[in-house]
Structures are given as structure tokens and as C-alpha cells.
Design a protein around this ligand. Structure first.
Ligand SMILES: C[S@@+](CC[C@H](N)C(=O)[O-])C[C@H]1O[C@@H](n2cnc3c(N)ncnc32)[C@H](O)[C@@H]1O
Length: 199
């Protein structure tokens, strides 16, 4: 079994064995609240979706949902759990996939950034800049705790600021159990130097 969490071979056996300590078994409360309070709906991407419980919550609230994961075992599990909404889940690599309809209004993430080693984080932030339209949001649950044996790789406030501050503004930040935080980052308007989005 590989120890490299940037490869699907790390995740596949864990999903097959049911060894998924990150799996909440349902929709996180802050997302339910966000969906109740947010009246603008549109297209949402869920990268590193795992079991993808959130797909139904977004679809029920009127969002056009695309959930992706590069682990075949995760995608198989999510499709089985979602039934009629299984078409919303695709087997894709976040760093390589091309959005069929252009940038998204929202990217929702839970424990995806922290599954990546910190040297991947600048690529993550760059992809988010490409995939989220100006004025759109990156919302979700970020792990800010301590970990002796990562993954998960926790993030600190200064690290988050250096990753996101040039292109995003933090508009909501709430503590959650287990040293996680619910955060909403709003994508700033395009500026010179930002990579152009191409689909
Ligand atoms: C810690 S799990 C979180 C899963 C889910 N978001 C949750 O909270 O239950 C991280 C997920 O990211 C997926 N993943 C990691 N790198 C990826 C990549 N480059 N593209 C797509 N999915 C990726 C893994 O397969 C795994 O399902």
C-alpha cells in the first residue's frame, strides 16, 4: 500500500476496506446552514468528493452539481449511495480535469486540501483561481489542527493567507469540532497576472 496521498492507489484500498476516518457519514451542519442562507444558486464543483453525501443537499437546494474524485473506489461508493443522482459524480483528477461548462459559481470542499502535502497547495490555489468565476466562492471545511502522522496535513492561518489572499477574500470563518473550520473565500475580480481560464 503506497503512503503517497497524491495518488489514487493511496485512497482506493481505504475505501474498499471502509477505513475512512474522514468520512462524516452525512452532510456537515455548516453546509446545511449555508444552503439555507444562500439564495444565489448556480454551478457547484465538489473536488475530492469521497462518498459525496453533499451532492443531494446541493441538488435539493437547486444547484447544478458536479462531484469528482480520482479514486475509482470512492466514485463507485458515491454513485451507489446517490442512486438517481449518481450521474453527478465523475471519475476525474482535480489537477487535470477540464470543466465542460466553464468556471463554477462555487467550489465546496471538505478535507480535500488537507489530503494534499503542502508542496501541492500552490497548485491547488492556482486551480481554484481557474475554476471559480470572479465573485464566486470557495466554501468548506478546512483542517487547522495538529497531526503527527499526516495526512491529513493541517493548515495555519498564515499559510492560508499566503495561498489565498491575492485572489480571494475571507468572508466567513467559524470554528468546528476537531480543530476544523468552516470558511468561505470569495474570488476577487480578475487582475493582471491571474492565469486565464480555458476549458
Ligand atoms: C480525506 S478524503 C475526503 C473525502 C470527502 N471530501 C470527505 O470529506 O469525506 C480526500 C479525497 O480526495 C481525493 N483526491 C485526492 N487527490 C485528488 C485529486 N488530485 N483529484 C481528485 N480527487 C482527489 C481522494 O481520493 C479522497 O477521496
Amino acid at each position: 500500500m503506497t503512503n503517497d496521498s497524491t495518488r489514487p492507489e493511496f485512497w482506493d484500498p481505504r475505501y474498499k476496506l471502509g477505513d475512512m476516518p474522514w468520512d462524516a457519514g452525512g452532510v456537515p451542519k455548516p453546509l446545511e446552514q449555508y444552503l439555507r442562507q444562500t439564495h444565489t444558486i448556480g454551478r457547484v464543483l465538489i473536488p475530492g468528493c469521497g462518498s459525496a453525501y453533499e451532492v443531494k443537499a446541493f441538488a435539493d437546494a437547486g444547484w447544478d452539481v458536479l462531484a469528482i474524485d480520482f479514486s475509482v473506489a470512492a466514485v463507485t461508493r458515491a454513485k451507489k449511495l446517490l442512486g438517481d443522482l449518481s450521474h453527478c459524480v465523475r471519475h476525474r483528477d482535480f489537477f487535470k480535469f477540464k470543466s465542460p461548462k466553464g468556471p463554477f459559481d462555487l467550489v465546496y470542499e471538505k478535507n480535500f486540501l488537507c489530503s494534499l502535502p503542502p508542496d501541492f497547495w500552490p497548485r491547488y490555489a492556482s486551480r481554484m483561481r481557474e475554476l471559480i468565476r470572479p465573485g464566486g466562492s470557495l466554501a468548506g471545511i478546512f483542517f487547522h489542527g495538529c497531526e503527527d502522522e499526516p495526512p491529513p496535513y493541517p493548515i495555519t492561518d498564515p499559510q492560508a493567507a499566503s495561498l489565498f489572499d491575492t485572489s480571494f477574500v475571507l468572508s466567513d470563518d467559524q470554528p468546528m469540532p476537531e480543530e476544523s473550520r468552516w470558511q468561505v473565500w470569495i474570488r476577487k475580480s480578475s487582475r493582471s497576472g491571474d492565469p486565464e481560464y480555458s476549458s
